[in-house]
Design a protein around this ligand. Structure first.
Ligand SMILES: NCc1[nH]cc(CCC(=O)O)c1CC(=O)O
Length: 324
């Protein structure tokens, strides 16, 4: 029998797809076999508004406990769902190259954000998306929605009904004109044909870490030398520098993934450039700031995020975003 490693995942279609993608790549790189372990997490059980859940790692906590308990060797998370504080005993062993970072509009009749009629109903559970939408178009009605990606798509008139085989067809039940979802999740699920517009970051800055996966092991390693080597190979330095800058900004603002904060870093030549936004939840105030630093190591990337956050706090960002 050949050696195998155990990867833990949540049960949603997005989680299992992402985990499958990462595990297959690591199996290729390491020459090991994969066993997948399904873990039910609080975020999958609890219902209610995402905003009121507090957003501090409800999706990740059970999976992390399983990893700490030795129930699996590796956990795959959406990085943007992870709290910024790293738990004792666990380490993000690899952050692979990022998917599309943008938010995506999925609307009826292929309408763009500018084409949606006055008063259109847009579904999102994210205060960050709601605030930036309201700031862009005051007439839109924002509807707080929850559920996994296919469920949310199914709320749009004429779009995205989930069939028993998991495929998505046209629904007649929809009550919304559009929803906003992460392009990365849509693409990973093979649902990108439902995207009617990729929202430019000048209109909608994504969540810190959006589009990136975090592959987590115990600090001592996965227990498989070949897997640890594969993880080191799978790590993408530019993605790591970007997300460290974004998450450091979020941490310094003392905000979580449910806060109305957007951040997106990019590598431009020899510079790491960070754009950030702090919004009043009703979209009445939007503070956008940028900073850049020479491309360096993870410590330098974190400093860039922290210093931009400090500058934004000095300008009242915490008050704007309802954090103070
Ligand atoms: N909060 C849920 C969640 N976590 C990660 C993704 C998508 C993938 C990603 O952003 O990396 C989503 C769905 C969404 O925001 O549309």
């Amino acid at each position: 029998m050949s050696e195998s490693f155990r990867v833990g995942t949540r049960g949603s279609a997005l989680a299992t797809t992402q985990t499958g993608w990462a595990a297959d790549a690591l199996a290729q790189l390491s020459g090991l076999e994969v066993d997948t372990v399904l873990v039910k997490t609080e975020g999958d059980v609890v219902t209610g508004s995402l905003a009121t859940l507090g957003g501090t790692g409800v999706f990740a906590a059970a999976l992390r406990q399983h990893l700490l308990d030795g129930g699996c060797d590796l956990a795959v998370h959406s990085l943007k769902d992870l709290p910024t504080a790293q738990p004792e005993g666990l380490v993000l062993a690899a952050i692979p190259e990022r998917e599309d970072v943008r938010d995506a509009l999925c609307s009826r009749d292929s309408l763009t954000l500018d084409e949606l009629p006055e008063g259109s109903k847009i579904g999102t559970g994210s205060p960050r998306r709601a605030a930036q939408l309201r700031a862009y178009r005051k007439d839109l009605q924002i509807v707080d929605i929850r559920g996994n990606v296919p469920t949310r798509l199914g709320r749009v008139k004429g779009m995205g009904e989930t069939h028993d085989d998991g495929s998505v067809g046209r629904s007649t039940q929809g009550d919304l004109d559009a929803v906003i979802l992460a392009a990365a999740g849509m693409r990973r699920l093979g649902l990108e044909q439902h995207i009617t517009q990729y929202l430019d970051p000048s209109i909608m800055l994504p969540a810190p870490g959006q589009g990136a996966l975090a592959l987590e092991t115990r600090t001592a390693g996965s227990g498989h030398a070949k897997l640890d080597a594969a993880l080191a190979q799978f790590d993408d330095l530019h993605t790591r520098l970007q997300v460290e800058a974004e998450r450091s900004l979020l941490a310094t603002l003392e905000a979580g993934c449910a806060a109305p904060i957007g951040a997106l870093a990019r590598v431009e030549g020899e510079q790491l450039v960070l754009d950030a936004v702090a919004c009043n939840p009703d979209g009445s105030e939007v503070m956008r700031r940028s900073a850049a630093a020479p491309l360096g190591d993870v410590v330098a990337a974190k400093e860039l995020g922290a210093s931009l956050a400090v500058a934004m706090i000095a300008d009242g960002a915490a008050v704007v975003a309802g954090l103070a």
